[in-house]
Design a protein around this ligand. Structure first.
Ligand SMILES: *Cc1c(COP(=O)(O)O)cnc(C)c1O
Ligand SMILES: [Zn+2]
Length: 421
């Protein structure tokens, strides 16, 4: 895969470090040729008892033919461990949800969220390089995931957090010993500025093309399980996939996966609809969907929500996520905090899945979608439980106290970090 492409205007880009198209939308890897010749990887071990053609690869690397970087091989530690998460039927939730419920348990990733899929593919790009640096702008699951993955490939990491980051988050991130910088100033503007610092640091932010490529494997696994007989009736894809959405990176990846499988002619006639769920207090993508708008407009004054991992008022891939829901015949809905908390306890009490509030938006969203007739009782629907959440810091160690840098000085500070001065 040697070029990037824009889903909206079709422009192509040979500079693989670019993140955005001139039209303003995020770029992703052009996998059209790879997808055209793609077949499901061999099951392991081969069903007929013969020796496999090639050694089996774990997790996201099962789909290496559709990924833009070479697999680092099966001995790559945490980078080999992302993906391959359980997909289970949870019939006890059917009546509540109004459809046949399947749960995709992304807590099973090494740091407890699907972010590890994208981090693994991003880190594979720098694995083995001398003095490589990974970076991210996050104080949540992405920060933890990038720090852990960098540690796994022997790269350094820099994590840019907001000045008022919660101590428990700092402790969770610091566990992997990245450089942490608190940044004073506009955190949204910081996100855009990191594109300027890319090289010497590979920033794996939410819409980085490498990250989106890795995160498409969630939907590849779901579809493979259904189409090849491990789930559902064993012949067709699920009717719908439901994802909590914030930046829109995961949803973009899921859409990309469906497009590639369709191109490979592996989905039959019925590709799943993508339903995206947001928290009512911060729902710019759902608002654009309701308004029938073509673009997502940033929210000037978002409210607070318990779903802390999906509260992005200015989602960098929001418009692409909106397009994904529309193009697949799905929708974007939002749910209030009381429904999220109720769904969260229902997932734990009736199915045994304790997840973070963001992930529970899926069940809250299912209820609304079936009540409005979008989903039928006989439909097979996969809710993606995206993450485990931040418990209390594991061993009571006191949180670190990283330095604070002004937004305007971030670039210089990172360059001196990388230079070791
Ligand atoms: C990041 C995250 C999301 C949202 O994913 P986006 O790619 O930002 O839309 C949802 N749930 C959890 C647990 C997350 O960490
Ligand atoms: Zn474009």
């Amino acid at each position: 895969m040697t070029r990037l492409t824009c889903y909206r205007c079709g422009a192509t880009e040979a500079d693989l470090d670019r993140k955005r198209c001139d039209c303003g939308e995020p770029l992703w890897f052009d996998a059209a040729d790879a997808a055209a010749g793609f077949e499901w990887p061999e099951s392991t071990p081969p069903a007929d008892g013969s020796a496999p053609d090639a050694p089996a690869e774990r997790g996201v690397w099962r789909y290496r033919d559709l990924l833009p970087v070479d697999s680092p091989g099966p001995n790559a530690g945490v980078v080999a461990a992302a993906g391959d998460t359980p997909l289970v039927r949870a019939a006890r939730l059917d009546e509540d949800a109004g459809c046949r419920v399947w749960l995709k348990d992304e807590r099973a990733n090494p740091t407890g969220s699907f972010k590890d899929r994208g981090s693994a593919v991003g880190a594979a790009r720098v694995a083995g390089a001398d003095a490589a640096w990974l970076g991210t702008v996050s104080h949540g699951n992405m920060a933890v995931s990038v720090a852990a993955t960098a540690a796994g490939v022997g790269a350094s990491a820099v994590v840019l957090v907001p000045a008022d980051v919660a101590p428990a988050r700092l402790a969770a991130i610091a566990e992997y010993d990245p450089e942490i910088l608190r940044v004073a100033g506009d955190y949204g503007a910081l996100y855009r500025r990191t594109h300027e610092v890319d090289a010497p640091v590979t920033f794996l932010n939410s819409d980085a093309p490498l990250r989106v490529a890795g995160q498409k494997t969630t939907a590849l696994e779901i579809c493979e399980a259904f189409v090849r007989g491990a789930a559902g009736d064993g012949t067709s894809a699920p009717d719908a996939i439901v994802l909590p959405v914030s930046s829109g990176g995961h949803a973009s990846g899921a859409w990309k996966a469906l497009r590639e499988l369709r191109r490979a002619d592996l989905l039959g006639d019925d590709a799943p609809r993508l339903y995206l769920v947001q928290a009512g207090a911060c729902d710019p993508i759902a608002a654009a969907f309701r308004a029938d708008a073509d673009e997502v407009t940033p929210l000037a004054d978002p409210g607070e929500t318990v779903a802390y991992s999906i509260a992005n008022p200015d989602p960098p891939s929001g418009t692409r996520a909106l397009a994904a829901a529309r193009a697949t015949g799905g929708a974007v809905v939002s749910v209030p905090d009381d429904e999220i908390l109720d769904a969260r306890s229902r997932l734990a009490r009736d199915a045994g899945f304790a997840v973070e509030p963001s992930s529970a938006t899926t069940l809250a969203g299912l209820r609304r979608l079936s009540a409005s007739g979008e989903l039928g009782a006989e439909e097979e629907v996969v809710a993606v439980l995206t993450g485990r959440g931040f418990g209390a810091a594991s061993d009571g160690a006191s949180p670190p106290d990283p330095e604070t840098v002004d937004l305007a000085a971030v670039r210089d500070r990172i360059e001196s970090l990388v230079a070791g001065t």
